[in-house]
Design a protein around this ligand. Structure first.
Ligand code: URA
Length: 240
């Protein structure tokens, strides 16, 4: 890594870069629980006939429906919808909360500082944005001032995410942060309680970890996030 890159990463609090050790399975403790944590849930459904239509859509129809969506007030204040990015046949699906300012401007999820950390988190377990990885959010429009999406906003947007998941058919979903975890698992539980388990999202394994934006503010928690990533990687290896 050149010096300039090192300096930038250090300034952003993104160093040291995480590296997967040779034998991560042996060095990292096993998941805290894998058995009792199977939680069955379903995404909220957008009321009305539109919901069943969305469930039949292909990628092109879905993307254009999202782009034209006015189901909630978020579209009135955002610049553009942020649909998702990556490999449409990915084994790994990362789901965040909603676009921030930079995502709103560029139309791609996780392209700001949190996105840089997410890219490092991916690299730490030998993944790369766009390669066997798809990234999207609970809501496709930026909530004003980066507030959390309301329950109603998340519910209105849920059929789009549900359809994305159906089309991708990932082998693992990684929920980034509380908003994603609670919406996907239909739970009010804390991240601390939801981490360290393999949950079930309509038959798809799901793990919960901290949101990269939170990790930028709470660097000591990176160790826990690292453990989550190792758990995810070990789980995927055990499935292949
Ligand atoms: N935070 C999110 O949850 N999603 C993004 O796309 C960017 C920041």
């Amino acid at each position: 890594m050149n010096t300039r890159r090192k300096v930038i990463l250090r300034e952003l609090g993104l160093t040291p870069l995480w590296r997967l050790r040779q034998n991560a399975a042996a060095l990292d403790s096993p998941p805290e629980t894998t058995d009792a944590a199977i939680t069955r849930q379903h995404a909220s459904e957008q009321p009305g006939k539109q919901n069943s239509e969305i469930g039949q859509m292909d990628w092109t129809q879905l993307a254009s429906t999202v782009a034209g969506c006015t189901a909630c007030a978020l579209r009135q204040t955002c610049t553009q919808t942020v649909f998702g990015v990556g490999d449409q046949n990915a084994d790994w699906l990362y789901i965040g909360e909603g676009p921030g300012a930079r995502e709103d401007a560029l139309g791609e999820p996780f392209v700001g500082q949190a996105g840089k950390l997410l890219d490092n988190m991916l690299a730490a377990i030998q993944l790369k944005r766009g390669q066997n990885v798809y990234i999207t959010n609970i809501v496709k429009c930026r909530p004003p001032n980066n507030r959390n999406p309301s329950d109603d906003e998340a519910r209105q947007c849920a059929p789009y995410l549900t359809r994305q998941i159906e089309l991708i058919r990932p082998k693992l979903i990684v929920a980034l942060g509380k908003v994603a975890a609670q919406n996907l698992l239909n739970s009010n539980d804390s991240i601390a309680n939801l981490r360290g388990k393999i949950h079930d999202y309509s038959g798809i394994p799901l793990i919960v970890t901290y949101h990269p934006a939170y990790l930028l503010r709470a660097l000591p928690e990176k160790a826990k996030a690292w453990k989550d990533l190792c758990m995810a990687r070990n789980f995927m290896e055990s499935q292949s």
